[in-house]
Design a protein around this ligand. Sequence first.
Ligand code: PMP
Ligand code: GLU
Length: 397
Amino acid sequence: MIALSHRITQLSESETLAMARKSRELKAQGFDVINLSLGEPDFFTPTYIKEAAKTAIDENYSFYTPVNGYLELRQAICNKLKRDNQLEFAPDQIVVTTGAKQALINALLCLVNPGEEVIVAAPYWVSYRDMVKLAEGEAVYVKAGIESDFKVTPEQLEAAITPKTRMFMFSSPCNPTGSVYTRQELKALAEVFERHPQVYILSDEIYEHINFSGKHESIAQFESVRERVIIINGVSKGFAMTGWRVGYLAAHIDIAKACTKLQGQFTSGTNSIAQRATIAAMDADPANTYLMLEKFRERRDLVLDLMKDIPGMITNIPEGAFYVFPNVKAYFGKTDGETVVKDAPDLCMYLLNKAQVALVPGDAFGDPECIRFSYATSNDLLVEAVARIKKALAELK
Ligand code: PMP
Ligand code: GLU
């Protein structure tokens, strides 16, 4: 028996990746599984980005890059933040990372001391929980339900802050609920933070370009908290570049320097070719991403419409990202005569075995009454998946 560290034994496997793995295994055994577990656009990376990568190979961008990323890329990110978000950043305040995941863990490791509290808006993205553990922080979950469109209120936030609170983390547009905080809602949260200057705000904006409600709003726009906001973003979702592994953070220079020091001991600069390709993504008119946005909107409407016919599935109307997160507790305690469905993980296993559709239980995201569908797949597959789910659920009595 290998004696692994406590650090790793207390960490869970990412449930999104675990479901995706199970679904791949079943597919390899010949089962016709429809995988709605993984949040990954099904589009190919746009041609202008691929061309930039090919040019970078030919131009021999094969050496180590600066740890925080090529200056041209950090400048392109600053230009993007100004153009799209009206935010002024200098290249020294940007750190290019291996996916938004690394940007998140960098910020946690650089700002949170063991035992300090990190308030996590729940439902939350699966990896937040384990990232806080890795940083040896104490996660404090503030739960928002469907009645508030899964958004945390200023009152809830105020009540959760203690002298030990070091950070608040959330995503908008949100994975898994698709909720998008309005400018007014963010302003109200910022006003709470004004009273608590020890709290940093980790604002995950990776779904910025997948927002059906109009303009993207960042909490960093409020001057009173601006210095304490760490913006997390990247190209995985908006530019269909999940496998390229490029993310970034934008923050106060001291935070950016600390993250660069950490990264210098850990991974160094991210992949050189992917960084050059990302310059093209940042420089391009954001309208280039609207075609994908329209497709996602069409799919969201389709899935919501199909789900209306499934009794006992209650959902909000997601305004962004590409997930639906219905409450399914009406099915808990039911059986098809063979299997008893006690909870959301049981329901997901039942649907995987019976309907061959892979979903993720809400437990992974801090709401055990829900399950998550990713609708980042074709209309045909979505229609087929929901029909199979409906049939399997109808057998539960
Ligand atoms: N934040 C959220 C909310 C996500 O859904 C994801 C999943 N991709 C990430 C961060 C990590 O993104 P990346 O692929 O850039 O590491
Ligand atoms: N963010 C995606 C999801 O939530 C990708 C999976 C992952 O990185 O965990 O499904």
